[in-house]
Design a protein around this ligand. Structure first.
Ligand SMILES: [Zn+2]
Ligand SMILES: [Zn+2]
Length: 356
């Protein structure tokens, strides 16, 4: 066996500070232990969190505090290469996606099924090594089988799709026919797929001039798209959904103004599901919430129970998912992937680490 045979390529953040992403060689992880699975990674989604790690924002430095080199990438999928002795749910060759949140399983939140609130929960690709490499070893309970007929490059969408599926679940008790999604990024557009599959009759996506291409994709997914820089939101809502309010609003942009807009356009008694993370605190007029009994519902990532629902949804949304991935890159083209994210020319960039 030559040296190449035993080593794998990985994109790694080699030290703190802006940039510092390098392509390095690391040993392939050794034998999986009893309850672990070794995965050959075929698809890694690059997202805003990876960009924050690249830029090394204050929040990232404080929140993650990783050791270096850190392999980023929390959206990944691949094919099972080896299984530990006690693994019964997976076999070599299975197509799988990974839930990167390694929740403790012991705290009150984990025990109640809210693993997303667990306080002892390293995230692969953020606190610990993630998927922007060729092989990864993961404990079996974080691995989920992808639909057989799903092209594997789409597999990494399971992670952001789970965010959308969880947000939908958070508002499922409301009687909802119309949804407005504020923000035309990956989660926003995956929210379109989730809402339509759940039977929402009208789905509208709000974006900016810079989102032109993304708003087109939203329309291909069956949504009504509105550029809020050139169109009047309330008039557009009246025209397309018959009233200036939506039953539910999914806030997937995470800015002060988008959160305020979301509160304004949800119906009295309606809910705003927040999936975007505002980088600074926002000044909300609470009377708007009190007088009209509107609710703001925080939606954080997903739980273990979310993933099987995601897998089923992905299995019947393959053509839609193909519209979300706008670029496919090799691992040595990671710098171009970052650049595409910075310029917002892409929707989702997927890196395929085994293609050279
Ligand atoms: Zn992500
Ligand atoms: Zn826990």
């Amino acid at each position: 066996m030559g040296e190449n045979y035993m080593s794998m390529k990985a994109v790694a953040k080699t030290q703190p500070g802006y940039g510092n992403f390098e392509l390095i060689n690391l040993p392939i992880p050794n034998e999986p232990s009893d309850h672990e699975v070794l995965i050959e990674i075929k698809s890694v989604g690059v997202c805003g969190t990876d960009l924050s790690i690249y830029k090394w924002t204050e929040t990232v430095a404080k929140e993650y505090n990783p050791s270096f080199p850190l392999i980023p990438g929390h959206e990944f999928a691949g094919v099972v290469k080896k299984v530990g002795k006690k693994v019964i749910n997976f076999k070599v060759g299975d197509k799988v996606a990974v839930n990167p949140h390694i929740s403790c399983g012991k705290c009150q939140f984990c025990k109640n099924g809210s693993q997303n609130i667990c306080q002892h929960r390293p995230i692969l690709g953020c606190h610990a090594n993630g998927g922007l490499t060729q092989y990864v070893k993961v404990r079996e309970q974080n691995v989920f089988r992808l639909p057989d007929h799903l092209p594997i490059y789409l597999g990494s969408l399971a992670e952001p799709m789970s965010v959308a599926v969880h947000a939908l679940k958070r508002v499922e008790n409301d009687k909802n026919n119309t949804a407005v999604i504020v923000g035309a990024g990956t989660v926003g557009l995956l929210q379109v797929i989730a809402c339509r599959a759940a039977g929402y009759q009208k789905v509208m996506v709000l974006g900016l001039n810079v989102d032109k291409g993304r708003l087109k994709i939203a329309e291909s997914l069956g949504a009504i798209s509105i550029n809020i820089e050139t169109q009047d939101v309330f008039a557009a809502m009246k025209q397309h959904i018959g009233m200036p309010y939506a039953d539910v609003v999914f806030e997937a942009a995470g800015t002060n103004s988008s959160i305020k807009l979301s509160i304004d356009i949800v119906k009295p008694t309606g809910s705003v599901a927040l999936t975007g993370i505002a980088s600074s605190s926002t000044d909300i007029e609470t009377t708007k919430l009190v007088f009209a009994e509107k609710s703001i519902i925080g939606c954080r990532a997903y739980n273990l129970a979310t993933w099987p629902i995601t897998m089923e949804l992905m299995g019947r949304s393959i053509e839609e998912l193909k519209l979300i991935v706008t670029h496919r890159k090799t691992i040595s083209e990671f710098a171009e992937a970052i650049e595409l994210l910075i310029t917002r020319e892409s929707l989702k960039v997927v890196i395929e680490p085994h293609k050279m």
